[in-house]
Design a protein around this ligand. Structure first.
Ligand SMILES: Nc1ncnc2c1ncn2[C@@H]1O[C@H](COP(=O)(O)OP(=O)(O)OP(=O)(O)O)[C@@H](O)[C@H]1O
Ligand SMILES: [Mg+2]
Length: 513
């Protein structure tokens, strides 16, 4: 198994080692199979293999059971004998239990380090998808982002976006002249969707400190890659939030990482569990972009592995790019199932020893039909592979161990406290307050003038100079206020990530929709 990750044993008696070549691990992959067929354990052993090979991993833990990666397996475990038998059968001679370096993340900040991004980095396209906006509403969101850019208003959290929308509403007549119809009802609709997002926990996702990608691309001093586990059990309650967040992360990786061509091994491997959520009801434009990202991110050294029940859930163009495959058993109850199964089987290189279609139906739990890229990146002949047993613990870890792991992580303390720096919300609030104060002052002056005029005409007790002085003072004050405001905006712009204000998602790809 030189330069490959040991996956299991194939051939007549499961004695022929099957491996995923590190050199081709950035050509993406698929782990599929009906419930209870062994997908999660396959993910676990792949993550273990990558980590040992020095490749950092990012994966989402949908049921909590992948947290077991942080703990070693045990001879006391009820499946110990079964694991040993399995290891023996496939010639896994140096099989032993061990734990892996894990970093836990959690959007809600409960089961891991908080993981955040800013509204600006998420961008209008993904936000629209997140909030399920209509095209018209998305148009308004685009205008709002453009304005924030022009006005130098940093969009960090949902509060900023809310404030910006209010401001857009207040200036809608002006904006309609410049950008076309900005309707109150559309703004209202976006604001309501924003509330929904907030209630789903979206508020936790947005803010600072935002995730630094280098923190998920880490190798430990012993040379093993860190396994980043995103706690997703609670997050799965908001599937849209889950899928959009992972898509955002992919797009960030795509934008931020430099080209590396075809490396000896990936820089990062990204497992996208419950991948069908990404595509459920997704507009074609989005699917096309995911397809493009998948194609282009390869040369940045990132391998994406889609995990799903049925390969049918993945759009064909994307499926065609998944070179490394572990297909666990599929059911064939209905005519539709059988058709899907046949189609799935057709995508493999036949093995003369058996029918792929029958094999996909027949493989047992923890067994799979596999095909990995071989020399020159050609798909290998399909094999019936008994997947190796995990070295780490099967099933979730104790909460106390999770806590220990979180406290000992290299990013402990870095993301825990939310920083609320001055951004659109505060700036617009100040503007509104200053405008109100100005209006009040002007009103007071007017009153003063009226009073003076009245008194002047009534008894000539005041000379006219006072009125004049007061007017000139107010003019001076107006000037200095303008200057101060200008300085303030400049400071905001230079002091913040100005260029990131409307950072398009996926660079040119997602921006020019
Ligand atoms: N490679 C393996 N080695 C040993 N046992 C395995 C292996 N794969 C699966 N098993 C056994 O099968 C059980 C079910 O596997 P797993 O949890 O991976 O299924 P799944 O496809 O993820 O199911 P679900 O869809 O319910 O999440 C495991 O708990 C384990 O007992
Ligand atoms: Mg599972």
């Amino acid at each position: 198994m030189e330069d490959a990750i040991f996956v299991g044993g194939g051939g007549e008696d499961y004695g022929t080692k099957q491996g995923l070549k590190l050199e081709y691990a950035n050509r993406h992959g698929l782990v599929a199979g009906a419930t209870g067929t062994g997908k999660t354990v396959t993910l676990q052993i792949l993550a273990e293999g990558f980590s040992k090979a020095g490749v950092p991993v990012f994966l989402s833990d949908v049921k909590g059971d992948l947290s077991g990666l942080a703990d070693a397996g045990s001879a006391e475990f009820k499946l110990h004998e079964a694991f040993m038998d399995r290891a023996g059968k496939i010639g896994f001679d140096d099989y032993r239990y061990e734990s892996f370096p894990v970093t836990f993340w959690d959007l809600f900040g409960e089961q891991g380090h908080p993981i955040r991004t800013t509204v600006a980095e998420m961008g209008p396209l993904l936000l629209s998808r997140l909030m399920e906006l209509t095209e018209a509403q998305e148009g308004i969101l685009n205008i709002a982002f453009r304005l924030a850019d022009e006005e130098g208003l940093p969009l960090l959290d949902l509060k900023d976006l809310q404030a910006l929308l209010v401001w857009v509403g207040e200036n809608k007549d002006d904006l309609s002249l410049r950008y076309g119809n900005v309707s109150v009802s559309s703004i209202g609709a976006i604001q309501r969707r924003l509330l929904v997002l907030e209630n789903q926990g979206g508020a936790k996702l947005f803010g600072e400190p935002a995730l630094e990608l280098s923190d998920i691309i880490r190798t430990d001093t012993d040379g093993r890659g860190r396994i980043n586990i995103l706690a997703s059990d609670k997050l799965m309650g908001s599937p849209r939030l889950y899928a959009t967040f992972l898509l955002w992360l992919l797009s960030e990786l795509f934008e931020e990482l430099p080209e590396v061509g075809d490396p000896d091994k990936p820089r990062l491997v990204f497992f996208f569990d419950e991948a069908h959520l990404l595509f459920d009801g997704a507009p074609k434009a989005l699917v096309d972009k995911v397809e493009q990202v998948a194609r282009l991110i390869r040369s940045k050294g990132v391998g994406i592995y889609f995990v799903t029940q049925n390969p049918d859930d993945i759009p064909e163009d994307i499926l065609g790019q998944l070179g490394n495959r572990v297909q666990h058993a599929l059911r064939a109850f209905t005519a539709r199932d059988r058709r899907a199964l046949r189609l799935a089987a057709e995508t493999y290189r036949e093995n003369p020893r058996f029918s792929t279609e029958t094999a996909i139906r027949e493989v047992g739990v923890g067994e799979a039909v596999t095909s990995f890229l071989m020399k020159k990146g050609i798909p290998g002949v399909v094999e019936r592979t008994l997947i190796r047993p995990p070295s780490s613990r099967l099933g979730p870890i104790e909460p106390s161990l999770r806590k220990t792991v979180i406290n000992a992580s290299p990013v402990a303390g870095k993301y825990e406290a939310l920083k609320d720096r001055r951004s659109a919300y505060e700036m617009l609030k100040d503007r509104a307050e200053k405008a109100a104060a100005e209006a009040e002052a002007a009103e007071a002056r007017e009153e003063e003038m009226e009073t003076a005029a009245r008194e002047y005409s009534a008894g000539r007790r005041y000379s006219g100079t006072r009125v004049t002085r007061s007017t000139s003072r107010s003019t001076r004050r107006g000037d200095s206020f303008g200057e101060a405001m200008g300085k303030m905006v400049m400071k905001e712009l230079t002091g913040t990530t100005g260029r990131k204000i409307v950072r398009g998602i996926l660079g040119g790809l997602f921006r020019g929709r």
